[in-house]
Design a protein around this ligand. Structure first.
Ligand code: MD3
Ligand code: FE
Length: 217
């Protein structure tokens, strides 16, 4: 545990909530990393700009995406997969910044997954109206690795279901600085984000950014 490094934060700002079956919500955990994350994200986006990818069914995603790390998640008419090369540039994805690695390692250790080392970070950008319909994340090689997600900017409702598409969903508001860790059985649970409501975040304006850290390869 390296919590003692962060003792200066008030207990109100942080908490650890169990969402169930290996999933944890660490409210406010990313706040101390905020300025480093946003600075490093700007550098990632300069090398690999956000883009609206096409699903295998031919729909353009409302969420804009980019990646950093050894591999990036992509979708096109041929399917969903991880690739070491950014198809828009023909070059490898930008390296994962140290601040990204630090927040992911801190959160996964706090949630009880001390051995997780992410090799990919999918960055999702939501503008008002953007949504992610209910889905499972199944393109990663080893489902024993958790997924860590960091929310920045406007708040969103996160829908967290179960192992079947028709299972009832619980709703959790995810706010600026919140971090969630999804391991164990919850790793394969259905989840989604309904249309982002308009708003004006002091730092990110009418935008929500979600960093999702994965063991892809
Ligand atoms: C639960 N992103 O990128 S983050 C995704 O807010 C994705 O952008 C949403 O779903 C977002 O695939 C939710 C949290 C998240 C990510 C992966 C999960 C939750 C998860 C995998 C399994 C269970
Ligand atoms: Fe997902």
């Amino acid at each position: 545990m390296i919590t003692d490094l962060f003792d200066d934060r008030s207990p109100q700002q942080q908490s650890l909530e169990r969402m169930g079956d290996g999933a944890f919500l660490l409210r406010g955990l990313a706040i101390p990393f905020e300025s480093d994350l946003l600075r490093d994200l700007a550098n990632v986006v300069a090398e690999a700009p956000f883009r609206h990818m096409i699903t295998p069914g031919g729909f353009t995603m409302s969420v804009a995406m980019t990646n950093c790390g050894e591999a990036g998640w992509i979708t096109d008419r041929t399917g969903y997969r991880y690739d070491r090369i950014d198809p828009d540039s023909g070059r490898p994805w930008p390296a994962m910044p140290a601040s990204f690695q630090m927040v992911a390692l801190h959160a996964s250790a706090e949630a009880g997954y001390p051995d997780f080392v992410p090799d990919a970070c999918l960055v999702n950008r939501y503008e008002p109206g953007a949504r992610l319909s209910l889905h499972q994340d199944r393109n990663e090689r080893d489902f024993a690795n958790p997924i860590v997600s960091v929310s920045l900017g406007l708040p969103a409702i996160f829908q967290f279901g179960g192992p079947g598409r028709a299972d009832p969903v619980k709703r959790y508001p995810l706010r600026h600085g919140d971090v969630a860790v999804w391991g164990g059985p919850s790793r394969l649970y259905f989840h989604g984000v309904p249309a982002l409501k308009d708003g004006d975040h002091p730092v990110l304006g009418a935008t929500r950014i979600n960093l999702t850290f994965r063991g892809a390869l």
